[in-house]
Design a protein around this ligand. Sequence first.
Ligand code: FAD
Length: 461
Amino acid sequence: MGEITIVGGGFAGVEAAWAAAQRGVRVKLVEMRPVSSTAVHKTGDLAELVCSNSFKSNLLTNASGVLKEEMRMLGSLVLPIAARHSVPAGEALAVDREPFAREVTAAVEACDLITIERREVTSLPEDRPLIIATGPLTGAALAAEIAQLTGAESLSFFDAVAPTVTAESLDMSRIFRASRRGRGNDLSVAAPDDVAQGCSAPQLDNADYLNCPFEKEEYLAFWQALCDAEKAPVHGEEDSGAKMVFFEMCVPVEELARRGPRTLAFGPMKPIGLEDPRTGRRPYAVVQLRQENREGTLWGLVGFQTRLKWGEQSRVLRMIPGLQHAEFVRYGVIHRNTYVNSPRVLLPGCGLREAEGVFLAGQITGVEGYLESAATGIVAGINAARLVQGQEAVVPPVNTVLGSLCRYLVDTDARHFSPMNSNWGIVPELETPIKDKREKARLKSERALQEMRQWSASLGA
Ligand SMILES: Cc1cc2nc3c(=O)[nH]c(=O)nc-3n(C[C@H](O)[C@H](O)[C@H](O)COP(=O)(O)OP(=O)(O)OC[C@H]3O[C@@H](n4cnc5c(N)ncnc54)[C@H](O)[C@@H]3O)c2cc1C
């Protein structure tokens, strides 16, 4: 029987290896640490946590909690180990990172079907099936090969995205839907996220934008709050020669604010071509929201790339008219992150469209977070094993959190694709609309777990 090669022994790589081995398939796992390392990893252990020690909520009314339960049903390696090394963290699952990673490493090393090679892969192996799981800090040589395989314009080196909010948390009595008059999106500066994603210019049809209008006093108070807000510390960019280019092209909104009180009003908050139907006037400034998923349940703040601390983002961005009760499913971040434009290059089930037998897993697919990465590793591992066994690729049901993440990767507008974590906004709505948020989450959770139970049973996992 054939063998699967996996490059990268992080969260995605170890889960992929485990999933394949559980199905009786041999795996060669190639990990470069400790021979070479990244700017943020510190040990040679597999599945090292590079920053926070939290795997987020354990609650089954939270999409993160449900994702964990789904992963357990699929035979996750890391979750039982995380439970053994958990530390008190309220409703969240947090771990003592070093013993956690040591036990993951020991478990993989002890598996008869997995062989680990410690070396850096600098060119794409010819082996098939091949799973690439080299993470957000994939080295330059391999990244260049991946770019060649997927198309240079499909690979990003930075995650420079604005926060995303849920539609149901918006106060529509203060927001209006409108196009800028004139041609296209009339911003004089390219929306930085479009540049960072590799689009040469934003070709936006903004007929469907939501506009949050500011009076002058509201704008000045917002500007001051942005200037005073606290930034998050920076990690992971030290090894990047692209840093300067990046910052010229993608200036965080708080940096724009610090250039002067009017800079935002002439940039991403420019009100040109917009008239508030309730006042019949052009607002003093405007924050535009762009639809992020097909259902219209998620909206991104256009041009609001930020590196403010997450708590500060909640506080300051809720000063935007209409966002006073905003629910943030994803905060703005600007950091080093290698990921492909999955809607362009990936098949459902993590296979690459243009390279048969090659799968991507983890953060490089455009999911974000330790467990989201681990979960896509399980999908890639299952499908690579199925390929060895002469079976078709499978995809988790779309009503599960993992299935919704997989669908997000392939069924999002490629022009505005940005990395995503697990949240209820990407999970399809219930057949009967429910207003109460807790009840809705409970019902989505029940549906997800039931469908995942059936699906995993159908796989024999
Ligand atoms: C600075 C920073 C902070 C972060 N903080 C958080 C956080 O707090 N919470 C969170 O959930 N997520 C965080 N993330 C995202 C986090 O990295 C991912 O969630 C998760 O680690 C991704 O899993 P992965 O398996 O895709 O990549 P990784 O876990 O990074 O694993 C990739 C593996 O591939 C190996 N590798 C890379 N290139 C090669 C090569 N050429 N040859 C052989 N091996 C190779 C690496 O050594 C590594 O072990 C952070 C990321 C960064 C960069």
